[in-house]
Ligand binder design. Structure first.
Ligand SMILES: [Zn+2]
Length: 297
């Protein structure tokens, strides 16, 4: 891995990097048609424009790293939807939308979310098949020109490993970041932050962390464990804007304010986070608060 890749250079600069906020909930706010996955909407001009507008809002708010709208763009996850088989098209459209929206110098990470299927022995997807699916997505993202790959929202360490290994297979030259989702200090599958960080560090990830979940506290509380499992590895915090609530019309709402996000960002940096952003429910206003709080740290 060349030391000169832009992501490692940004980390080596030693300043915390503000990352972006939510894509999925932001697209819903911008008119994502009900039942349409963002990856399919991206293939239509209005969808691509909405994705670009979300990226632009985050970059203008101070994000120096954005995730492509490819959370669900693995072959396995696309298989049952309207963009089935279109991994290359979706990844190309998503990365083009991000690059066109953000200024030069803002890092574009190729986002890789869970397959949406349980891995064996809990479900039907064999780890090798998951790995191959993630490898296809990683190759498409690399061909589209991302700066790094970003495995996220993993509830199962085994799937996170398959994704990181797939990323290595599909895009051998790119740095890979991996973050899992924790509740009360564990993943849904019971993995502790120490073991997750240790296992992912052994696979050579460039940074490890926590994202999504029931708000800022759920991410902050696992940062010490992640640091203990992978001493010296850069840490990532990308929390949801509080515990999601369902409104009267069935809509999902996120209660945390930008001031809450600023307080979270300060604590994350104090706990050693090198990259701080938001996940579901975090808007450009939250990102601006995070970026400003980090800049003063
Ligand atoms: Zn989330």
């Amino acid at each position: 891995m060349p030391v000169s890749d832009p992501f490692r250079a940004a980390l080596a600069a030693g300043r915390p990097i503000p990352a972006d906020g939510a894509m999925g909930s932001a697209l819903i706010a911008r008119g994502l048609p009900l039942g349409t996955p963002p990856e399919a909407w991206l293939l239509a001009p209005d969808g691509a424009a909405a994705v670009g507008a979300v990226h632009l809002g985050h970059a203008e708010a101070g994000a120096r790293l954005v995730l492509s709208a490819t959370f669900g763009a693995s072959p396995v996850r696309l298989a049952d939807g309207p963009a089935a088989g279109r991994v290359v098209d979706v990844c190309a459209a998503a990365v083009a939308a991000a690059r066109a929206a953000v200024p030069t110098g803002v890092l574009v990470a190729g986002d890789i979310g869970p397959s949406g299927v349980l891995l064996a022995p809990y479900g039907d997807l064999e780890p090798a098949a998951a790995r191959a699916s993630f490898a296809a997505q990683a190759a498409a993202l690399a061909a589209a020109g991302v700066d790094l790959l970003w495995v996220e929202t993993m509830a199962d360490l085994a799937e996170a490993r398959a994704a990181v290994e797939g990323a290595r297979d599909g895009a051998p030259g790119l740095p890979v970041v991996a973050t899992l989702t924790f509740e009360r200090g564990r993943t849904l599958f019971g993995d502790r932050p120490e073991q997750a960080a240790e296992a992912l560090a052994a696979l050579g990830v460039a940074a490890v962390g926590a994202n999504c979940g029931n708000g800022f506290e759920a991410v902050l509380e696992v940062l010490p464990g992640l640091a203990a499992g992978a001493p010296g590895l850069p840490l990532v915090a990308k929390a949801n804007a509080g515990r999601p609530e369902v409104g009267p019309g069935g809509e999902v709402r996120y209660p945390a304010t930008p001031a809450d996000a600023a307080a979270y960002a300060r604590r994350a940096v104090d706990l050693g986070a090198a990259i701080v952003g938001g996940c579901c429910g975090t808007t450009a206003a939250h990102v601006a608060a995070i970026a400003a709080a980090i800049a003063r740290r």
